[in-house]
Design a protein around this ligand. Sequence first.
Ligand SMILES: Cc1cc2nc3c(=O)[nH]c(=O)nc-3n(C[C@H](O)[C@H](O)[C@H](O)COP(=O)(O)OP(=O)(O)OC[C@H]3O[C@@H](n4cnc5c(N)ncnc54)[C@H](O)[C@@H]3O)c2cc1C
Length: 451
Amino acid sequence: MKYDAIIIGAGLGGLSAGAYLSRAGKKVLVLEKMSEPGGRCRSVELMGHRFDIGADYFGKKILNIYAELGKKKELDPVRFRVIAKHGNSSMTIPPGLHTLRDFRGMGMSAGEIGKLGLRMGGQIMLNRYRKISGYAELVNRITDNVSLREILNVGAFFSGNNPENMPSHWFNLVFGRTYGYDRPFIPRAGSGRLPELLASVIRENGGGIVYNAQPDRIIIRDGRARGILLEGREMEAGNIISGTGIINTVFSLVERKDFPPEFLSTLGYYKEGFSMASVFTVFNKNAKITPGVHIYGMFPASVAGMFRVIRDGSFPEDNMFVISVPDAAYGTPGEHLAGTIKFLVPKGAVSREAIEAEAGRIMGRMDYLIPGFSENVVDSILYTPADYAANFGFTSSVSPVAESVHYEKMSTATPVPGLYCVGSTVLPVGGCTASSILSGRAAARLIIKNG
Ligand SMILES: Cc1cc2nc3c(=O)[nH]c(=O)nc-3n(C[C@H](O)[C@H](O)[C@H](O)COP(=O)(O)OP(=O)(O)OC[C@H]3O[C@@H](n4cnc5c(N)ncnc54)[C@H](O)[C@@H]3O)c2cc1C
């Protein structure tokens, strides 16, 4: 057989599987529909500046993977800070001594801060979250402080889901250091460096990556994945790994009849989260940005309330928004900085005009996060979710996560022998870059173990 594994999709999940397999001496071929790797983790050049179009916040645990693959140095990680604002309160990440000051600013007494420490420690160390039905419920049990509750609800923004509908596992992933998002970094050359380096491991170990290649389907014969069909031509492989999303794989690349009904019913948990719009912005350095701060977030009075309005199809009064300015973390020289402002968009038929109007409203509130921002904007361009799909080849929903408070993670091995699914949709409790990369490694390890 020509290939030990054919991998569909050169996102972080597929590439990570390919990197680990090729390093173990397996013959792999990656087929990617776009003309470059990375999927939802990519950098593009717009208005003469580099922007990260998808992921721009990476947890420290990813660094272990790049160290394992001998690529950590080339990744050149840059640490950064995040400022999260709720009304007049704010919190800076990573946590440190300043956190006590942040909590005081939220009106918390010494007793409340002590209680918070015990409750958070209990969640993180004893994994007590497993007994709590949902993320919002868990946050409510940790603190009564309104500002802190909403700031802890940040996971909802990043998964595009109401915190009331999110699995409580998110808490440990985001705050419990499973992925190390409390100690964030960005690669100096932009987020696109992460897929680039995984692709380089594949090439260095003799693997192949073909771009602009979109298989028609996965061939399953006698109950086992045997290969793929590409432009009417069969290509045989010992294993097929799909990094194109589990729903897409099961419902578009194979036939439902190949899977047992129980497996298909668990897929009913999956719902695409809300999509984001991005305003890629170039602004003068005169705007008062805090050195080393890459992300600023403005939280609404109630994150759950905001989601209810968005679900009903309109923009809420105080939509949450974030701006990421990697140039501030890198200390990029020059008179301009590049920043990406992101906000959630209601599902359904929302017109471009409505999204533009919302972008305008948010731009007006930006000065609250970065004083003098609006008057220092030099150039900007809005990408709606439809623009994302048309130009970047993916919908801008951060993580199509399982919208079920009871969801448990699943294996990358599907019920069809020889067929694996990797990527952030397979481990939806964390639908993020870290879960994608780890799922690729998990699939590779299973294949290596099975010979
Ligand atoms: C706006 C936005 C912001 C985000 N911010 C963060 C963040 O700050 N931190 C974080 O950790 N995560 C973030 N995420 C999530 C993160 O980007 C994703 O979880 C992760 O990149 C997904 O990787 P993946 O490999 O699972 O899937 P994808 O990146 O979606 O990769 C799938 C690949 O398969 C290709 N493909 C699809 N169908 C086919 C086909 N039929 N044939 C061939 N190829 C195909 C696609 O082109 C793509 O390259 C963000 C996502 C978005 C959209």
